[in-house]
Design a protein around this ligand. Structure first.
Ligand code: FAD
Length: 335
């Protein structure tokens, strides 16, 4: 059994986890990073890579995907080891006070500290209750859009009434052959400007509004969709020709195994002391969306500051015999 050894194990490769690599690196601490997804970037990559973010300091506007690429570049000199497509299942404290983490692929990592940057926990899409949907998943049913160009020239059916459904309908209307939006009500739970824009596109014939309808079934062969069946409240069935179905019914968020690591929790979040970001277990920190303290703002910029706070506190654990000497990055440089 091979065991990886490092200074800090980072659980989650979202923006908070990626910035942790940089902050830890500046303090000469090495990281191993684990993420359930097969790509880095957390929510930014999985949910809205092509959307502009407006509240990242010094970036009046930056696409979420570009932010992740920049965080990756900033972290690169510190050569973190990534273990993707695996979930951290178990966290144990060893007799020598180090921690041992075991993943769903049986990767074992030992470290002096752990920084949990697990966002909303293990997240996955809420799937529509359609019996044969699995047959189409990954071929013509997708719960995330990585690049809108994947849908160029396609007949796309979007199901849902929230921001993601509306924003993607607006965005994909520029590249798809046809967009149909299915929603069980004629009111959408999204930004008012987006609702207005969708209405405009519908009036221009660029988006077909299928309301009030609900998903009923899928027809196709070998995972390739031909028709989406929808049903109204009088059980009238309508058929929509489709190559692609994008159901946006929100995310199922669950702490998953994190709930069983003995940490103090606040609902689905981890309680921390916000002056150190330490959890109820010394040596285990939580930052980003998963961390809870009074007046916590679930924003990327909060996650960045929390990463710096957690790493500075963890330094004492990683280097117990070295007196910490604060230095700006301008003095230290990136080595
Ligand atoms: P996440 O990005 O959620 O990443 C956590 C990672 O941890 C995930 O990749 C997950 O797979 C992994 N993970 C979880 N559990 C485990 C486990 N047991 N083992 C291994 N890996 C695990 N914020 C802003 O500041 N400005 C905005 O404009 C903005 N717009 C947004 C728009 C949308 C549509 C959405 C959905 C969110 C938006 N946010 C915005 C919120 C922002 O994306 C989050 O605050 C941010 O992603 C949180 O970062 P994080 O690193 O804490 O967690």
């Amino acid at each position: 059994m091979s065991i990886h050894k490092t200074d800090i194990i980072v659980i989650g490769a979202g923006p908070a986890g990626l910035f942790t690599i940089f902050e830890a690196g500046m303090l000469k601490m090495k990281c191993h990073v684990v993420d359930t997804l097969d790509f880095i970037g957390g929510q930014c990559s999985a949910l809205y890579p092509e959307k502009p973010i407006y509240d990242i300091p010094a970036h009046p506007q930056i696409l979420a995907g570009d932010l992740i690429a920049k965080l990756e570049e900033q972290a690169k000199p510190f050569e973190a080891t990534f273990h993707l497509s695996q979930r951290v299942e178990k966290v144990e404290k060893l007799a020598d006070k180090n921690f041992r983490v075991t993943t769903s692929k049986n990767t074992i990592i030992e470290a002096k500290a752990i920084i949990i940057a697990a966002g909303c926990g293990a997240f996955g899409p809420n799937r529509p209750p359609i019996s044969n949907i699995e047959e189409f998943e990954g071929k013509s049913v997708f719960y995330m859009v990585k690049s809108r160009h994947d849908f160029a020239g396609k007949k796309v059916v979007i199901a849902g009434g929230g921001d993601s459904a509306v924003d993607w309908a607006i965005s994909l209307a520029e590249v798809a052959d046809k967009i149909s939006v299915i929603h069980r009500r004629d009111k959408f739970r999204c930004a008012p400007e987006s609702a207005d824009r969708l209405k405009q596109l519908a009036n221009q014939g660029k988006v077909e509004m299928v309301v009030p309808y609900q998903l009923e079934g899928l027809q196709g062969e070998n995972g390739h969709l031909k028709k989406v069946l929808v049903k109204d409240f009088s059980n009238n069935i309508k058929e929509i020709e489709a190559d692609i179905l994008l159901p946006f019914y929100g995310l199922a968020m669950e702490l998953g195994p994190i709930a069983h690591w003995g940490l103090n929790l606040h609902k689905n979040l981890i309680d921390v002391n916000f002056t150190t970001m330490q959890t109820s277990e010394a040596g285990i920190y939580a930052i980003g969306d998963i961390a809870h303290y009074t007046n916590k703002l679930k924003l990327i910029l909060s996650g960045f500051a929390e990463a710096a706070t957690a790493c500075h506190d963890a330094y004492k654990i990683v280097y117990p015999d070295t007196l910490f000497h604060f230095e700006y990055s301008t003095s230290k440089g990136v080595s």
